[in-house]
Design a protein around this ligand. Structure first.
Ligand code: HEC
Length: 149
């Protein structure tokens, strides 16, 4: 009985840990993947206007401060109608929605909105959940303390 109690305590500790926002992925690998797969369209640009990730590309929205940021909320970026419908719910980016979104943005919008005609303007898919989690771990290092800006 004592052992079962200990195992339950361990399981509880693990679930408490995963309820926090600590990214599960490998940020160093995420940096490499970001450099190969995302910089043609995205950058992370801080409040001072400095490009802290990528090469300044602006085809996609600024990815600075993604952790905790309302989905589809970069001022001045011309988002598609579907992601703006998600923005209206004030849902925020976290690891789980990010990992699902970047593997198939249109499918994620359809599932999230319950609308089979939803579409994403992002024409790119990350190949695996593991790669997506690594990229999240990297992006979560930018501006997490300034989330929401
Ligand atoms: C070919 C250009 C392109 C590539 C490559 C691309 N994206 Fe995007 N991304 C976009 C566009 C355009 C949007 C806006 C989507 C919309 O309005 O529906 C977007 C939106 C996003 C969003 C939503 C941001 C917000 O403000 O809510 C995230 C997150 C994102 N991309 C992450 C990534 C990551 C990570 C990669 C690399 C693995 C990547 N994208 C590769 C073009 C791209």
């Amino acid at each position: 009985m004592k052992n079962i109690g200990f195992a339950a305590a361990l399981a509880l500790a693990a679930s408490v840990a995963s309820a926090q926002d600590a990214p599960s992925g490998d940020a160093a690998n995420g940096e490499t993947l970001f450099g190969r797969q995302c910089v043609s369209c995205h950058s992370a640009i801080n409040a001072e206007g400095e490009v802290v990730a990528g090469r300044g590309a602006k085809t996609g929205p600024n990815l600075f401060g993604l952790l905790g940021r309302v989905i589809g909320s970069v001022e001045g970026f011309r988002y598609g109608d579907s992601i703006l419908a998600v923005a209206a719910t004030e849902a925020v980016w976290d690891e789980a929605p990010f990992v699902a979104y970047v593997q198939d943005p249109t499918d994620w919008l359809r599932t999230t909105l319950g609308d089979a005609r939803a579409r994403s303007k992002m024409a790119f898919k990350v190949r695996s959940a593991e790669d997506a989690a690594d990229i999240w771990a990297y992006l979560a290092t930018f501006g997490a303390d300034e989330a929401g800006q």
